[in-house]
Design a binder for this molecule. Structure first.
Ligand code: NAD
Ligand code: UDX
Length: 461
């Protein structure tokens, strides 16, 4: 890249699910900016420059190809890129801490802090630093303290621009976001930096969808958005348990309440539970922050959203065992889908992981199939090798199976030839629809015993 032809140099540290797609969109919409994405993982950086991107996301390859080599670059030269940068997005992972103080709840900020120290070390000019990662509220304060305690006379303006994209629809979400949120200090330099970031998004996002706020509101809003979304799922899942006891149908209840414009129809699909790298991590982070401020009742309230999700996964397996005559030992059980949702290869916190492990504990023979996520499934369950089978073809996977459990709502699972599948399964054959996507009456007519979430079972005995 040459330093003269571009209006500004943008760098993103972290070439993951967020860094890659967001920067590809900025590069495509803002050709006058050079956008360089850097990472400590050389395989990831290499893969972004091939036709086999490191993540699967509909439309992403075309988007990356549009700007790659023109004004979009991927590099492992982190120091070199930072040195040239005017604006730095930090999009490194912020997982739940697994050790020490706050283990199991607090965000692990080690990757985050390392980037701050690298920025400080290699910078020779003032820069705007943008929190793209999801972080505990008031992290920017620590960032400012680390960066601005320098003896080079440099000023770093720290902003928060949390990302709201969902996996599987990342490109569409970035193209047409409900909103872009930009938080800054409300000082002269903070407002100036804010305006620079607004300018970038204004290339393709309508002005009324670009929301600005103070730093702490922006940081906190990201955690709260995920908490509210997950809360809706846990709420409807809690009601699914009651539906199963009362012959109410959770789909009908969701429709009845979702048509109230104050409630709205989205995120009311009862399921085997929510997964993904964000919901659980961000709620636990919120819980930890509330505890830190002595807000124990608030912490317990949000913690219950995660507890309900774990209950739903346990309930799903307990029900499978109960209806399969109280034992699944030695029975071949197919998990249809392993990704945490459709249209992604991501399996982080997928309910399939918990369900597979629980079934293995019961000595079931677990067979996993998924159109995109089998490589990740193998990694997630590497310690179970020999006790588990991975199979590309759902028809092969279900041969001689006692049961099928739908774990991911891939569209093509609705189009499988279930009569063909039924023929080569052990009888009685069971289907547990953990996503409520199949035609249950049709399956029952074929001969299956059908168990879904929040609905009366259809069974032949
Ligand atoms: P990811 O693990 O896919 O990517 C993070 C990348 O950062 C990795 O490739 C890692 O190698 C790199 N990295 C770590 N430390 C580094 C360092 N010091 N220098 C350079 N690179 C470094 O994570 P992700 O899913 O992209 O999430 C990133 C952040 O965005 C998290 O805070 C997450 O909570 C948030 N977020 C994620 C999503 C999502 O859907 N995945 C959505 C919104 C927000
Ligand atoms: C989420 C947020 O939606 C996004 O705004 C944020 O930036 C990152 O976290 P993501 O985890 O990628 O996105 O996917 P999402 O569509 O939110 O689904 C999360 C989980 O909830 C999936 O396992 C999904 O299957 C499940 N889900 C979703 C339900 O069980 N029922 C629903 O009604 C909706």
């Amino acid at each position: 890249m040459t330093s003269t032809i571009f209006k500004k140099h943008i760098v993103c540290i972290g070439a993951g699910y967020v860094g890659g797609p967001t920067m590809a969109m900025i590069a495509a919409r803002c050709p006058e900016y050079a956008v360089t994405v850097v990472d400590i993982n050389p395989e990831r950086i290499a893969a972004w420059q091939t036709d086999s991107l490191p993540i699967y996301e509909p439309g992403l390859l075309v988007l990356v190809r549009e700007s790659l080599g023109r004004n979009l670059f991927f590099s492992t030269d982190i120091s070199g890129a930072i040195h040239k940068a005017d604006i730095i997005f930090v999009s490194v992972n912020t997982p739940t801490k697994t050790y020490g103080e706050g283990a199991g709840k607090a965000a692990d900020l080690q990757y985050w802090e390392k980037t701050a120290r690298t920025i400080l070390q290699v910078s020779g000019s003032n820069k705007i630093i943008i929190e793209k990662s999801t972080l505990p509220v008031r992290t920017a304060l620590a960032m400012e303290r680390i960066l601005n305690a320098n003896d080079k006379g440099l000023h770093f303006e720290v902003l928060s621009n949390p990302e709201f994209l969902a996996e599987g629809s990342a490109v569409a979400d970035l193209e047409n976001p409900d909103r872009v949120l930009i938080g800054s200090r409300e000082t002269e330099s903070g407002l100036k930096a804010r305006a620079e970031i607004v300018d970038i998004y204004a290339h393709w996002v309508a002005p009324e969808r670009i929301i600005t706020s103070n730093l702490w509101s922006a940081e906190l809003s990201k955690l709260v958005a995920n908490a509210f979304l997950a809360q809706r799922i846990s709420s409807i899942n809690s009601i699914s348990a009651l539906c199963e006891k009362t012959e109410a149908s959770v789909g009908e209840v969701a429709l009845a309440i979702g048509t109230d414009s104050r409630i709205g129809p989205k995120f009311l699909n009862a399921s085997v539970g929510f997964g993904g790298s964000c919901f659980k991590k961000d709620i636990l982070n919120l819980v930890y922050i509330c505890e830190h401020y002595g807000l124990h009742e608030v912490a317990r309230y949000w913690e219950s959203v995660v507890m309900m999700n774990e209950y739903q996964q346990q309930r799903f397996v307990t029900n499978m065992i109960k209806v399969m005559f109280n034992t699944v030992a030695g029975k071949r059980i197919v998990l249809l889908g392993f990704a945490f949702k459709a249209n992604t290869s991501d399996t982080r916190e997928s309910p399939s992981i918990a369900v597979a492990r629980k079934l293995l504990n019961e000595h079931a023979l677990v067979v996993i199939t998924d159109p995109k996520a089998l490589d990740n499934a193998r990694i997630d369950l590497h310690d179970c090798a020999g006790r588990i089978e991975f199979c590309d073809d759902p028809y092969e996977a279900s041969r001689n199976a006692h049961a099928i459990a739908v774990m991911t709502e891939w569209d093509h699972y609705c189009e499988l030839d279930y009569a063909r599948i039924f023929k080569h399964m052990e009888k009685p054959a069971f289907i547990f629809d953990g996503r409520n996507i199949l035609d249950h009456k049709k399956l029952f007519t074929i001969g299956f015993n059908v168990f879904s979430i929040g609905k009366s079972p259809l069974k032949h005995f």
